[in-house]
Design a binder for this molecule. Structure first.
Ligand code: NZQ
Ligand code: ZN
Length: 386
């Protein structure tokens, strides 16, 4: 097992009807900016539940943070933070609203003139404006981690950021929010969380027995609940399991002491930046080609995954690995997610070259758990996913 440090300070408040906890968690006297997305919270009643419990505070609102939180929109929110002397941020939404809030938490205390630097200088944020979240969409794990991904449409860029100062102080996880989530986003949540586990697991063995079992238990749970969730998302037990699995898939725990890959995400963000494809779907597009391309360096873990997750006992290692990759693709299909780039866009030719060029321009030398995948490798992987 590799050396590691682990600290996750986010308080999780899980279960039905916990909105009253807002007033015990947010310090009295705070001047709150409530941040939300395109309005789903006004249709499903979450907005009322939140506002009812903020009556003792001064509250400003900022709505309209779009999926793949957009820099130019967030800059408008930053103005509100400064003009209204906001002291506390409250994100009510999915990964996009929470990520946008993390950017604002960092930008609110940023001392430079140009907050875009937070995305380009790659320096971790060690202190941000305090914030909490009310999660409305299980998927990203953003409610219990310190990372965010921000889009700037004018540059067609989507960059990650983060740092120890960007953990939410608390997150309210009410499984009942799942009832109003459309099918497309349910499938996205399943695919995103499943891939999060894969990115932290499908590398090479380091005798981290417990981490492997943690990761496998999350994958098995997601596979078990997926058909139930897609059939009936209004079942509390299913919704609760869906929600907690998504959080556990990316709250830092399973990645400690083991190698991490994240190449699927790095390439996937480019597909979203270029074509606006949903984050989770970009991952489903790239998973098969990434694992086929790297089958030799990932063979041992692919075989373990084949045996323990998909129960594949027959055949040699190569055939087990290949069958497991195929099973993963079938899992995406089973929840209605297409896995070829050409099924999402017409003009897909040249995408591999474009991504190779972008990575070269950025000086991105090597991705993946060995840091050895070059821009040329990325081109080949993306091209295999057409
Ligand atoms: O904007 P509103 O109207 O709220 O509608 C949203 C949005 O259209 C809707 N929605 C959310 N909760 C709902 C609901 N609709 C009905 N009922 C509810 N309860 O769902 C749509 C998608 O929301 P979004 O927040 O964009 O989805 P998701 O949570 O999948 O977040 C995706 C973003 O997170 C980033 C992705 O790159 C992408 O930008 N990620 C963040 C990560 C992190 N911080 O750790 C890791 C991930 O790998 C990922 O990169
Ligand atoms: Zn993801």
């Amino acid at each position: 097992m590799n050396n590691f440090e682990f600290k996750n300070p986010t308080k999780i408040i899980f279960g039905k009807d916990n909105y009253a906890r807002l007033s015990t968690e947010i310090p009295k006297g705070s001047k709150i900016l409530l941040l939300f997305g395109g309005g789903s919270i006004k249709k499903n009643g979450i907005y009322e539940k939140v506002m009812k419990n903020l009556s003792g505070y001064e509250v400003e609102e900022f709505g309209g943070i779009p999926p793949n939180p957009e820099y130019s929109v967030l800059i408008q929110a930053l103005k509100v933070i400064k003009e209204k002397n906001i002291t506390y941020l409250l994100a009510v939404g999915g990964g996009s609203v929470i990520d946008g809030t993390k950017f604002l938490s960092s930008a609110a205390l940023y001392e430079g003139n140009n907050p875009w630097e937070i995305l380009t200088n790659k320096r971790p944020t060690l202190k941000g404006m305090p914030f909490g979240t009310v999660l409305t969409l299980p998927a990203t794990g953003s409610e219990m981690n310190s990372g965010a991904v921000i889009t700037r449409a004018e540059y067609k860029e989507k960059f990650p950021m983060g740092g120890a100062g960007l953990f939410p102080q608390f997150s309210i996880l009410d499984p009942e929010v799942v009832y109003s989530i459309p099918e497309r986003q349910l499938a996205n949540g399943l695919a995103d969380s499943f891939t999060h586990v894969l990115e932290q697991y499908m590398t090479y063995p380091v005798d981290a027995i417990l981490q492997d079992r943690f990761a496998e238990s999350i994958m098995l749970s997601i596979i078990e609940i997926a058909p139930r969730l897609m059939k009936n998302s209004k079942d509390y037990k299913t919704a609760a399991n869906f929600m907690w699995n998504c959080t556990m898939a990316l709250n830092g725990l399973i990645q400690k002491g083991v190698p991490n890959d994240w190449a699927i995400h790095v390439m996937g963000h480019e597909l979203t930046a270029l074509y606006g494809i949903d984050h989770a779907r970009t991952l489903a597009i790239l998973t098969e080609s990434h694992y086929c391309y790297n089958i030799e360096s990932k063979k041992e873990k692919l075989v373990q995954y084949a045996e323990r997750i998909w129960g594949i006992k027959n055949g040699d290692d190569n055939s087990k690995a290949k069958t497991a990759i195929q099973k993963t693709t079938e899992f995406f299909h089973s929840i209605g997610i297409k896995t070829k780039l050409s099924e999402y866009i017409e003009n897909y030719e040249g995408t591999g070259e474009e991504i190779e060029k972008r990575f070269e321009e950025r000086g991105l030398s090597g991705i993946g758990e060995h840091g050895k995948l070059t821009p040329k490798d990325a081109k080949k992987i993306v091209t295999m996913a057409y």
